[in-house]
Write a protein that binds this ligand. Structure first.
Ligand SMILES: Nc1ncnc2c1ncn2[C@@H]1O[C@H](COP(=O)(O)OP(=O)(O)OP(=O)(O)O)[C@@H](O)[C@H]1O
Ligand SMILES: [Mg+2]
Ligand SMILES: [Mg+2]
Length: 493
């Protein structure tokens, strides 16, 4: 067909994703082993079931099925009456049973979609299906990348972790769209509380890419199914980040376009993304479905999940919440976006609006708190909520200046863990008013005759200098506007 023989014609890129999401549950998918393996020694979180020992039987973890239903609802997918597991047979050291328990033609989620926005344009990405499966063990290649390692070690702590594989339609037309999708998906998963983005390897992506003649792409971006089916695609494995996905796909796009333009065929194959070298390398020709000899998992009965969709509720999702923040609290799009970037931030902000003006609270969370946290590479987890509320109260009631609140109190709170009141007392930041400011103004005038003379000679800088002196004398606690006015009125007397 077309793509492989097209030379020097315009080519369009087609991408579809298989995203493996580790669901956050206390125990593994088919056994009682703890999933808390982050600091564990290799092969310590295992049992006969996840090691695939003969005779050990799987039992489905209900929490994982519930999480899968939540994901399905968020992706607007169909959840069938009944769903079941299949065995996918292949031989590889990460798979102790030599088959993976996964789902085949009766997955738990079917036909969904997720909206992305790229360059201010909204686009729906079709979700072909999303299914539950067990994670294989993890391999550690020693002495180089996978294709050059001297030997490999296996860790079965990961074997049996609950995974959800989200398979998209081949709807992406650029690596940038892929990146937007991954960001959106992660945001949604985080809102659902079924996913821990911080966990190593919690999101792993297989990216399928092909090139087709640009003229096959209709104005609305659709491509005829026979063209898609005929195009040779490569499946790039070992992608574990949004950035990695965009890089690997850009590389692959260029590689395939070059091949086609030189009149060479693109092989249908599995390739490996070598993050270190920034290239994809050929691993093997693509296995076909028949290679896996799928058959129904006889150790697990089909699951009746009709009714689960109605019974399980999900929280307000990021897009809806962003829009509501914008209208209900009259925020800018940018503020609303930042305040809904995670559910945690959104909840934190929304609770503040009970006590404070919404715009005031937004400014403090977005411009100041998140900025300071970002700078310190920290998250909201490390913020004492009560202390932050107290800080806003002090500012709101005009007890301290915004400048001191921001530059002294907030930073001391974050860095030293002190309460706002402790910082205000220790640093003497209580707003200096009335007499004390007037005194400092008089002192500044008396102590700086040259500056006073310059002021009367019309030199603009002199007033600023005097304001600086007063601010210094009051430890920054006076209100600069007031100082300015006081100085003028005394000097102009
Ligand atoms: N022409 C194409 N170009 C790019 N991607 C495509 C094309 N046709 C299909 N795809 C994508 O390929 C992926 C197929 O994934 P799926 O899991 O169904 O099969 P698989 O990769 O063959 O199986 P396995 O799970 O064993 O890897 C989907 O993400 C789909 O969107
Ligand atoms: Mg695949
Ligand atoms: Mg797949």
């Amino acid at each position: 067909m077309t793509a492989q023989t097209t030379q020097s014609r315009d080519l369009a890129v087609v991408i579809g994703l298989e995203v493996h999401v580790q669901l956050e549950t206390a125990t593994k998918l088919f056994c009682g082993c703890s999933t808390d393996t982050a600091d564990a020694d290799p092969n310590t979180h295992t049992c006969p079931t996840c090691l695939g020992l003969p005779g050990a039987l799987p039992v489905v973890n209900e929490a994982a099925v519930e999480a899968a239903v939540k994901v399905g609802k968020a992706l607007d997918a169909d959840i069938p009456e009944e769903t079941r597991f299949h065995r996918k047979n292949y031989y590889y050291p990460d798979l102790p049973k030599n088959f993976q328990i996964t789902q085949y033609d009766e997955p738990i989620c079917q036909q969904g979609s997720l909206e992305i926005s790229v360059a201010d344009e909204e686009r729906g990405i079709g979700i072909e299906r999303a299914h539950l499966e067990e994670d294989p063990g993890s391999l550690r290649h020693e002495g180089g990348a996978i294709d050059r390692a001297e030997y490999t070690m296996v860790d079965y702590n990961r074997a049996g972790m609950p995974l959800m594989e989200v398979v998209t339609d081949p709807d992406f037309r650029s690596p940038e769209e892929v990146r937007a999708f991954l960001e959106k998906l992660e945001e949604v998963l985080e809102y659902l509380g079924v996913f821990d983005a911080e966990r190593d390897g919690s999101l792993r992506i297989d990216a399928n890419l092909s090139v087709v003649p640009a003229e096959e792409v209709a104005d609305d971006g659709t491509i005829p199914t026979d063209v898609l089916a005929d195009a040779n695609r490569t499946e790039v494995k070992n992608i574990s980040s949004h950035k990695g996905a965009a890089k690997a796909l850009s590389y692959e796009e260029t590689r395939q376009k070059n091949a086609v333009r030189r009149g060479r065929a693109v092989e249908q194959e599995t390739r490996h993304w070598d993050e270190g070298r920034g290239i994809t390398v050929s691993m093997r020709s693509k296995e076909e479905e028949k290679d896996y000899r799928y058959f129904a998992e006889a150790d697990l009965p089909p699951m009746r999940v009709s009714g689960w969709k109605a019974e399980i509720s999900i929280p307000e999702l990021p897009d809806a919440r962003r829009e509501r923040f914008r209208t209900e609290y009259d925020l800018s799009t940018e503020e609303a976006s930042k305040l809904t970037s995670t559910k945690q931030v959104a909840d934190f902000y929304e609770e503040l609006t009970d006590e404070f003006d919404a715009a005031f609270a937004a400014r403090w969370v977005v411009d100041r708190l998140l900025g300071e946290l970002n700078y310190r590479d920290r998250t909201l987890d490390s913020v004492d909520r009560e202390a932050f509320v107290r800080l806003l109260e002090l500012v709101d009631s005009d007890d301290i200046t915004v400048k001191n609140a921001e530059e002294v109190v907030l930073r001391e709170m974050l860095d030293e863990g002190r309460t706002p009141d402790e910082v205000v007392d220790a640093e003497g930041l209580g707003k200096t008013s009335g007499d004390a400011v007037e005194e400092a103004v008089e002192e500044a005038i008396a102590a700086n005759p040259d500056a006073v003379e310059d002021y009367h000679d019309g030199e603009g800088g002199a007033l600023n200098f005097l304001v600086g002196q007063v601010m210094g004398a009051t430890g920054g606690s006076a209100d600069p506007g007031t100082v300015n006015e006081l100085l003028r009125s005394k000097l102009d007397d």
